[in-house]
Design a protein around this ligand. Structure first.
Ligand SMILES: Cc1cc2nc3c(=O)[nH]c(=O)nc-3n(C[C@H](O)[C@H](O)[C@H](O)COP(=O)(O)OP(=O)(O)OC[C@H]3O[C@@H](n4cnc5c(N)ncnc54)[C@H](O)[C@@H]3O)c2cc1C
Length: 384
């Protein structure tokens, strides 16, 4: 039954994404996992179907829909049985391009949004550095004004879509800041692939999310046109903080929905597999374990939807978003562990999707803010 959070239009969108995922994505994820990237044709197909610009204003090639449309996209993509495919797509639609919609000038939006919506311009988000992950304010990539360009120097690590991307949303320091105001002086830039001094130094080899490419990037006096400053100079940290709530919600959505799929796959296996003369699904110990996981997933779903409602109402929701991200991603990891266990030896085999989910979902208690960082944000908002 449809959840009351979603309208009939959202459910129609869900059916069309679901059908697309079943027919055109799921059958090919093995190929893309092996290749370590998703092909340009997938980006273009997603663009043709209108799934890459769901929230963009119509004048820039989008559909003018709300955040729930993106949630539907995240939930259905997460069911394709490759976390990496879903991750790459949602980094493009939800973890990078929304900053352009929110903080971009009309000229920037006209220049970039239509290509992003068509799947011709693939986006990446470049915040993390070798010396600055959870501690985002410690980033050291510099952007020095030089006439009508900013010269970027520094490096970024773990950048999704970074190897094959086209447009990078990069955080860099326009001002050194001070020890007590380290976040001051961070700005955001739109950096196009191919600029001199900008190189992909490494394609990183990962435990999971293998269909999404992950890069280490280097900038050496890279001249970024001054008109590609995104938002206000020196306000990048505040801009990023505003977008992080959305990114964390999407991480929670992807982890939870992928776990739903893994639990469904596990239930099918338990019904089909016979041991000691009856299907495993008849064993009370396994039935109860599934019941516990289904209950945890339902609780995670309601917590995530609650945070989404607050986010969409424009409320201060850092506490609830952090709780949703923490709980949903930790539950999804428990589901992965038990799903492999209940598959027995088959759960350890590449041909069974729970094996991939086990590796993929491990990311979600780390990326978009670790579980420890989520706990710290929550604790700061409690009367401790
Ligand atoms: C596959 C993958 C894709 C990614 N994609 C992107 C991307 O597209 N763009 C991007 O910018 N980044 C991306 N990241 C980076 C990701 O967001 C960071 O890895 C994450 O924020 C954690 O930073 P870190 O790796 O430097 O770990 P650290 O910050 O070094 O943390 C190490 C450990 O210490 C803990 N810790 C840190 N500070 C505290 C504290 N104050 N109290 C208690 N514990 C603490 C952490 O929770 C963690 O357990 C990606 C990462 C991965 C692995």
């Amino acid at each position: 039954m449809a959840h009351p959070l979603f309208s009939d239009e959202h459910e129609m969108l869900r059916r069309s994404i679901h059908a697309f995922v079943e027919k055109e994505v799921a059958p090919r994820v093995g190929e893309w996992e092996a290749a370590g990237r998703i092909p340009r044709e997938l980006w273009q197909r997603l663009g043709e179907l209108g799934f890459l610009g769901l929230e963009f204003p119509t004048e820039y090639g989008g559909s003018g829909a709300d955040f729930l449309a993106s949630v539907v996209l995240g939930e259905e993509m997460a069911r394709c049985r490759s976390g990496g495919v879903a991750f790459s797509v949602l980094v493009h639609t939800d973890m990078s391009s929304p900053w352009l919609v929110r903080f971009g000038t009309d000229a920037q939006k006209r220049k970039y949004l239509p290509g992003i919506a068509r799947g011709e311009t693939v986006c990446a988000l470049g915040i993390t550095e070798p010396g600055a992950g959870s501690d985002m304010a410690a980033l050291t990539t510099r952007a020095e004004r030089d006439g009508d360009v900013y010269r970027l120097t520094g490096s970024k690590i773990f950048i999704t879509n970074g190897v094959y991307g086209d447009l990078y949303f990069v955080a860099a320091r326009t001002d050194a800041g001070t020890p007590d105001r380290r976040h001051a002086g961070i700005s955001m830039f739109l950096v196009e692939r191919g600029l001199p001094g900008f190189t992909v130094s490494r394609k990183l080899d990962k435990m999971g999310m293998r269909a999404s490419d992950t890069a280490e990037l280097a900038f050496q006096d890279c001249p970024v046109p001054a008109e590609n400053l995104l938002g206000v100079e020196g306000r990048g940290f505040q801009q990023l903080a505003a977008g992080l709530q959305r990114e964390r919600l999407m991480a929670a959505v992807l982890a939870r929905s992928g776990a739903d799929q893994a639990l469904e796959d596990t239930m099918s296996h338990l019904r089909e597999r016979t041991a000691f003369g009856e299907p495993l699904a008849q064993r009370q110990v396994l039935r109860h374990r599934v019941a516990d996981l289904a209950t945890d997933l339902e609780a995670a779903r309601e917590l995530v939807y609650h945070a989404i409602r607050l986010f969409m109402a424009g409320e201060d929701c850092a506490r609830e978003v952090s709780m949703a991200k923490l709980f949903a991603t930790e539950v999804a990891n428990r589901v992965a562990y038990d799903a492999v266990q209940m598959h027995g030896g088959y759960g350890y085999m590449r041909e069974f999707p729970v094996e991939g989910f086990f590796r993929d979902v491990r990311l979600w208690t780390i990326a978009s803010g670790t579980s420890e960082v989520m706990r710290e944000i929550i604790a700061r908002r409690l009367p401790l």
